[in-house]
Write a protein that binds this ligand. Structure first.
Ligand code: ZN
Length: 934
């Protein structure tokens, strides 16, 4: 029997440590970015291991120049900056790796792959999937006829080999001073020094040398797009965008195109005017902002002003940037808890109230440097009705006098759900500091009040609507946390019916099932976005929930969906708590507006992600946080000059968690070329795959699985064919030629066409599919990279003090019967135990006498005082630290009933839905390329 339900995806999270452990994340030290005149470039010692790079790899500058303290250090004291020439070769990352059986071409050193030189006959697929109850394998899909030759998989480009080779080449921080520099691969461990363009963790481009004409892009099929994570977490040894303030004059902008001041604006006329790098218009400098230029034409306050020397900075907004020109109120959090029968019986109501009271409310977010959180909270419950609670408490002084405070919370029931209103505008949202006694009392009472609930029907839209009205009434933005267990079938606006029909998945009709059935939740999302709030939906379904429809409220508002199938506290309690902690603690902005400006000649034309748009250029977010990313495609309006750079500027206007209105400005400089030989080496495959994945996921709703698959393959084939035609003409016809930067295009594309978001018919139910599509649409580049190629580490060979072992390729043949491995893709994690594994492993790591005692969902890595246990926990913690969500862990054994789910993540093999193996895909791709070239 299948042990428990099919693996479920989980939602985001942080390490299992609480926020207090990461205050350094918010340090905001300002370091002068470029090597000042007369100083020696600092020496960055080579780093041989990832650990040393992560902890102590960087020479800290002898003097930390805190911008906010306005340390006007003379240039000569700033010795930390490395030379702008430290990385003169932008292709150094991920380039020039060589593979067995590959021959470099004489011209541009592409990789050639001769499919016909290995005479070994093709074997039948080596991976065999056992059947398992209840989930018959799909039939009818046909494998393409393969050529009668087989290539050794070792000769195909390996993600792991390329990552390791790239890592070895990273000897110094990635410095952003040179336009057109290709950043290191997203899967490597590197430090960035912002010296003009922004950190690639905030924005990556699919290419750093942009073609000068639209025709070049059309020929190459390489999309020109940006992946923007404007509030991304940076490393603790990187510079957070410093907050600056221009006083009453507000942010300095180009008078014509409204671009914000950045390091690429050119001051002229002795500093009286500046020339815009985007539109070339000249703007007068306000008296308040004037500064003299030095002999090189640079402002003398260049080092002291982040907007003049950095690629990312923040600036305090003036009232003009606020709604109705009024300063915003600090955001509030509303908790909406389902108290129907299912919710009570699973222990959920009790658990949520318990963790809010004992843990979460003590860690409400605040701006860095703020002493206490200003977030107000409100509580409501719902089943067929919506219940509000008055939590107005006394001040701490008054609290002793019980009669002066509402010692007990009051409940108010709203039963007219057609025209929802909030019965208590005063007393619904309160500060936990002032009302903690009442809140604690409320959180004790809610589980008791509904303990015997027999109500199985719930409403949902009225509850969310009530939250929006409450925030509107309090004149603030915020978050509405909804904890919901069942499809809302009670008679009320937003009532839904079960329309699940799983057999449609994978067919041409799946788009109807995966599209919303009506626009009620979409409209609610729009209302949220317009009022500066977002809905985070925590769903705990035991049956169909219609996330395709309900999830719209999260998609449009910029919220998030967390999904816990068949919730039990024992299996999922820790994950829920971790996800909520991370949700509270990550950097977040409310009532946000984002706009992308570009140099004349190109412009943004397409926007992908979870947000709302009311016009063709501005993305509106009820809330946006560190884990959210959007993609923006650029298009040529005109031919670009190859003599000058092209600039991109992202401006995010938002309200911080303590209610400060701010702008975050990110700028990126790209070079321009008319030659494919310069264009291909500047391509960023990680960003290309992030964009391609989002385009594919979006098209699920208006296309068919077959045409999505074929468009991914055609695009990849065109990218390689164009390279072949323009950069490697001398090569033999039978060879597959891969440019250095696109070596992994075949393996990533092969994984994408068969990934569960696009083809999940066996492993996912309808709601899981909707959930996964929602997640991918806001996923950052690092996330899609791990999703497309999961990481596998051996656990049985972990050595003390060296907990990062080499990764293993994603293929079953690479796993040993005597080994134990962990695999993760950022969303889910498996530990796989080989059938011949030494039994002491199970004892030392899980504390079980035999592997037969393992229950896949319940099994936990126990805390034992032995080296193996410590090393395994160390590695798992390291993996979790890097991911945005608390990955649900399954412990499985070789050949047990859950192994097929695990095998689905071995992306180099043929998968459950019979998606082609890496090798077979390479054949198909190569055939496609030859067709194009003929
Ligand atoms: Zn301009």
């Amino acid at each position: 029997m299948l042990a428990g339900p099919p693996p479920t995806y989980i939602s985001p999270t942080l390490p299992s440590t609480m926020p207090t452990s990461s205050p350094q994340m918010y340090t905001n030290q300002f370091r002068p970015p470029i090597m000042p005149p007369n100083s020696q470039p600092s020496y960055y010692p080579p780093h041989s291991s990832q650990t040393s790079m992560a902890t102590n790899g960087i020479n800290r500058p002898p003097i930390q120049n805190s911008y906010l303290n306005s340390g006007l250090l003379p240039p000569s004291s700033q010795s930390d900056a490395s030379s702008p020439m430290a990385n003169p070769n932008p292709q150094v990352y991920g380039s020039q790796s060589s593979f067995p059986n590959y021959q470099p071409s004489p011209n541009s050193q592409p990789t050639m792959y001769p499919p016909n030189v290995h005479p070994t006959p093709i074997r039948p697929p080596s991976v065999h999937y056992p059947n398992y109850p209840g989930q018959p394998l799909p039939t009818g899909s046909v494998q393409p006829q393969l050529p009668q030759a087989r290539i050794d998989t070792d000769s195909l480009p390996s993600v792991i080999q390329i990552l390791e080779q790239s890592q070895e080449k990273i000897q110094a921080p990635f410095v952003t001073s040179t336009p057109g520099s290709l950043p290191p691969l997203v899967g490597t461990n590197f430090v960035c020094q912002d010296q003009g363009s922004c950190n690639p963790r905030l924005m990556r481009s699919t290419t750093y040398t942009i073609p000068n004409t639209a025709d070049m892009i059309k020929q190459s099929h390489v999309p020109i797009a940006l992946s923007i994570s404007p509030l991304a977490n940076l490393r603790t040894d990187e510079l957070e965008p410093p907050l600056t303030n221009f006083g009453d004059i507000g942010p300095v902008r180009c008078q014509r195109c409204k671009a914000y001041m950045c390091s690429f604006m050119q001051f002229i006329d002795g500093g009286k005017r500046f020339v815009c790098c985007f539109c070339e218009a000249t703007t007068d400098v306000a008296n308040e902002y004037f500064n003299h230029l030095d002999h090189t034409g640079r402002r003398t306050d260049w080092y002291q002003r982040p907007e003049l020397c950095l690629g990312s900075y923040e600036v305090a907004a003036t009232k003009q940037y606020c709604k109705d020109e009024k300063w915003p109120e600090p955001p509030a959090f509303i908790f909406m808890i389902d108290v129907s029968y299912n919710s009570v019986r699973s222990g959920l109501v009790n658990y949520i109230c318990h963790i809010l009271k004992t843990d979460l409310l003590d860690y409400l977010p605040k701006d860095k440097n703020a002493e206490t959180s200003t977030v107000r909270v409100g509580f409501a419950t719902f089943d067929k009705q919506v219940h509000f609670y008055n939590i107005r408490g006394a001040s701490s002084m008054m609290f002793l006098c019980a009669f002066d405070s509402l010692g007990q919370p009051q409940m108010m029931v709203v039963s007219d759900l057609e025209e929802i209103f909030v019965p208590l505008l005063d007393g619904f949202l309160c500060s936990p500091q002032n009302s903690r006694g009442v809140i604690n009392s409320l959180l004790d009472q809610i589980p008791k009040t509904f303990a015997n609930s027999q109500e199985t029907e719930t409403v949902l839209a009225p509850a969310i609507d009530a939250g929006i009205q409450a925030l509107k009434g309090a004149n603030c933005g915020g978050k509405i946390y909804v904890f919901s267990t069942t499809l809302p079938i009670a008679v009320a606006p937003g009532k839904l019916a079960n329309r699940d029909d799983k057999k449609l998945l994978g067919t041409e009709k799946e788009s109807t099932l995966l599209s919303p059935v009506n626009n009620i939740y979409t409209k609610l999302g729009e209302e949220c976005a317009q009022n500066g709030c977002a809905v985070d939906l925590f769903v705990f379904p035991n049956a169909y929930y219609d996330l395709a429809t309900i999830g719209e409220v999260c998609r449009v508002s910029g919220g998030e969906i967390y999904k816990f199938n068949f919730f039990s506290i024992e299996n999922d309690g820790e994950r829920l708590l971790d996800d909520l902690r991370r949700n509270f603690q990550r950097t977040i902005g409310f009532d946000a507006l984002m706009r992308v400006r570009t140099s004349t000649g190109i412009r943004p034309i397409d926007f992908l992600g979870n947000f709302y748009m009311t016009n063709a250029t501005e993305m509106v977010f009820g809330a946006i946080d560190a884990d959210k990313s959007v993609s923006v495609e650029l298009k040529h309006d005109d031919k670009l000059s190859t003599d000058s750079n092209t600039y991109i500027q992202v401006a995010l206007l938002y309200t911080s968690i303590s209610g400060q209105r701010r702008l975050r400005i990110l700028t990126l400089a790209l070079t321009v070329t008319s030659a494919y030989t310069s264009f291909y080496p500047a391509c960023d495959l990680d960003a290309i795959m992030n964009y391609t994945t989002k385009v594919a996921v979006r098209s699920v709703l208006n296309s068919t699985p077959k045409s999505i698959r074929s468009s991914i393959i055609t695009q990849a084939a065109h990218m390689l064919a164009c390279y072949r035609k323009n950069c490697a003409q001398g090569s033999a016809a039978g060879q597959l030629i891969l440019p250095d930067t696109l070596k992994l295009l075949p393996v990533y594309s092969s994984s994408l066409v068969k990934c569960d978001a696009l083809t999940g018919t066996v492993t996912l139910n309808t709601d899981d599919r909707s959930w996964l599509m929602h997640r991918l649409m806001s996923m950052d580049v690092k996330g899609t990279s791990a999703y497309l190629y999961p990481r596998i580490y051996p656990l049985h060979t972990l050595e003390e003090d060296h907990i990062t072992p080499s990764m293993i390729r994603c293929s079953y043949d690479r796993l040993s019967d005597t080994g134990a491995y962990v695999i993760e893709n950022g969303l889910v994690m498996y530990i796989w135990l080989g059938s011949q594994l030494d039994p002491t492993f199970v004892q030392y790591v899980f504390g079980l006498q035999a592997a037969s005692q393992i229950q896949p969902e319940k099994c936990r890595v126990a805390q034992f005082d032995n080296p193996l246990s410590k090393n395994v926990r160390g590695l798992l913690n390291m993996i979790r630290d890097e991911r945005n969500s608390h990955m649900k862990l399954f412990v499985i054994q070789q050949r047990d009933s859950m192994e097929p789910f695990f095998k689905n993540y071995l992306v180099e093999d043929k998968n459950l839905t019979r998606g082609a193996s890496y090798i077979d895909f390479v054949y198909e791709l190569h055939r496609e390329i030859r067709n194009i070239l003929q």
